[in-house]
Design a protein around this ligand. Structure first.
Ligand code: GLU
Length: 274
């Protein structure tokens, strides 16, 4: 049995890349016992908008991509996230950090000529607050993952495009760094909420763009720390614009909404994926 999900953030209109993820996930969950779920990742309350959420429902409906009801909204799950954050905090897997972006620029890694290495979440954190004494109660600062406290060294996940993807703790320390697990402004981050919800919804297969390959390594580590199963992943090729750039939510001209308004049919969109 396959349980797939599509998990867009309602912070802009869906573009071709999102539709491709949704389409592939939907197509792979077509046996009678399979499920295709929709999760709205609306934890960023400053950027999430109802009009984008409604457009997601409308675009999926228009594309013929059917999902099970009820839809899970991450904004309804904040208590569950906070409980797991406390668990990670109590096991010393997190540390508090109040560095600004500017602080991170200034404490640049010397081997990079003063320019901090860039990981999937931006500049790689130089470890400034890592040795701060840990207070008993969880502070309200940003909380980062303390990779150094993790005992396990070797990790892997299975990927339908890339096969078995193996990586070490050291790879993650060197190339991704101590990512934020709870943002100061919203009290949670994409990495933790996505891992908790994939487990909560019993997701067996995750289809997402290849730009999230590095983020998936963090997710596999969090699954290990929290004793959660690792789904099978499929990191699909990215849909690019005609200059070769990855599509982003700011490219409104490539949104499904704009294709619809320009008279394209769902078939026209799907034919771009084959
Ligand atoms: N909300 C994330 C996004 O829209 C989900 C990505 C994923 O985990 O598949 O990029």
């Amino acid at each position: 049995m396959i349980i797939e999900r599509f998990a867009p953030s309602p912070t802009g209109f869906l573009h071709l890349g999102h539709a491709y993820s949704a389409y592939l996930g939907y197509k792979s969950a077509q046996n009678v016992e399979d499920k295709f779920l929709l999760r709205i990742e609306d934890i960023d309350f400053n950027r999430s908008k109802k009009k984008y959420e409604n457009q997601i429902y409308s675009d999926l409906h228009w594309l013929g991509i059917k999902y099970e009801e009820p839809v899970l909204l991450q904004s309804t799950r904040l208590i569950a996230y906070n409980n797991k954050l406390k668990e990670l905090w109590n096991c010393r897997h997190l540390f508090a950090c109040n560095c600004t972006r500017k602080d991170i620029e200034i404490s640049a890694a010397p081997q990079e000529n003063g320019v901090p290495l860039a990981g999937p979440d931006g500049k790689i954190y130089p470890g400034t607050c890592l040795s701060n004494h840990q207070p008993l109660d969880m502070p309200e600062d940003a909380l980062r993952l303390n990779m150094h406290n993790i005992k396990k060294n070797n990790f892997y996940f299975d990927d339908m495009e890339f096969g078995k993807v193996s990586f070490t703790k050291k790879d993650v320390i060197d190339n991704i760094g101590s990512v934020i697990i709870a943002r100061k402004d919203i009290g949670i981050s994409y990495h933790l909420s996505v891992v908790l919800d994939d487990a909560f919804q019993g997701i067996t297969h995750v289809t997402r763009g290849a730009d999230l390959l590095e983020a998936t390594k963090i997710h596999v580590i969090l699954q290990h720390l929290l004793g959660l199963p690792t789904p099978i992943y499929r990191h699909h090729r990215l849909i690019r614009d005609n200059t070769g750039r990855r599509l982003a939510k700011r490219d409104d001209s490539k949104s499904i909404k704009s294709y619809r308004e320009a008279g394209f049919t769902p078939k026209d969109i799907i034919s771009m994926f084959d």
